[in-house]
Design a protein around this ligand. Sequence first.
Ligand code: SF4
Ligand code: SF4
Length: 174
Amino acid sequence: MGDVEHNLDRYLAAEQRLNTFFAALDYCFPRCIAVEKRKNGGQPVAACCQNKYYAICDLPHPAFERLRQEREKRFGRPEDHFWADPVSPCSYHNPHNGCLLATHKSPICLAFLCREGIDHLRNRYGIHMYDYLGFYYALEWILTGDLPERDYGEFMAGIAAMTARVKQMDGAPL
Ligand code: SF4
Ligand code: SF4
């Protein structure tokens, strides 16, 4: 297996772990999107998906190209999606269900958590390690192969620890 494939596998494993963390946290929909939608008279909102962030932030690097190929194989190209009532400039944003990329998101999209979300992690769970830019760069380096193995292990363990803390405090099964 080439380095690019190996790095992509590690990136997708990190994505899966982050998806589990965000699912346990369950912050964005009830605390933000549902609230904003109510304020908007029940009409869809874009929340933080206010641009084609993958197009702006992805690096000109073979690893990002591989991620994009695999994403488009599963979810189509951005131009394949047309919404009659778009609320975001990003074509992957379904106005009624949010981002349609269940996997293979770009690092910027995967890592982002707004100030309010980070404050919630700190105030409710005592979790201070979620630094969105730090996570963003770590994900970039996992993809490009620039994050050393030991740091990758720490990164993965950190996500698992945050997830366990959230589940424990919310009384969810670990
Ligand atoms: S990251 Fe923040 S702005 Fe974006 S959906 Fe979640 S709560 Fe809303
Ligand atoms: S790819 Fe998904 S998370 Fe990223 S900007 Fe588009 S809708 Fe939002």
